[in-house]
Design a binder for this molecule. Structure first.
Ligand code: FES
Length: 160
């Protein structure tokens, strides 16, 4: 399948409604996977599951954090959060490094220090990035307590 060859790759719809989020080793992510907190110290690197396996593509890599549900403010898509869980692309919008969780609960990029406020739609609060990392809308699946996407990233991933 030779596509049109977009510069950012072929996976324009990495997540769709109902795509299950899993850990790198394929383990499911459920409501107990992270503790709630206003400055979460832990995060999960989540991937979409396809045909029973995690899709290990950089553009699919998702940072999953868990705040208290009341911590979220606009422009976060609060309908796209689930019981304190919020998900964003891990690909920094400055030059494409993978962001990490910082101890203050803000995703931070190790390359040039861009920092994003994950409770406010990942707005840039420090560093050279010029736009937020896109949010991935999520929900708790109706069949159990695993986390699923309800659509794709809400904006372009990476430096696009
Ligand atoms: Fe993230 Fe430069 S690549 S701050």
């Amino acid at each position: 399948l030779a596509g049109a060859g977009n510069a950012s790759g072929a996976s324009s719809e990495i997540y769709t409604q109902g795509t299950q989020l899993v850990k790198q080793n394929g383990d499911p992510i459920n409501l107990n996977s992270l503790q709630k907190g206003s400055a979460p110290e832990e995060h999960i690197l989540a991937l979409p599951q396809e045909n029973g396996k995690p899709v290990k593509e950089k553009e699919a890599t998702t940072l999953l954090l868990r705040y208290n549900q009341g911590d979220f403010e606009e422009p976060t898509n609060i309908d796209g959060t689930a019981q304190g869980y919020v998900a964003y692309s891990m690909v920094c919008t400055h030059a494409g490094c993978l962001v990490e969780n910082h101890l203050n609960g803000y995703p931070q990029c190790p390359c040039h220090g861009s920092e994003y406020d994950a409770t406010k739609g990942a707005q840039v609060v420090a560093g050279p990035a010029s736009r937020p990392i896109p949010q991935l809308p999520i929900a708790v699946s109706q069949q159990g307590n695993v986390l699923v996407a309800t659509g794709n990233f809400e904006g372009p991933v990476g430096t696009a």
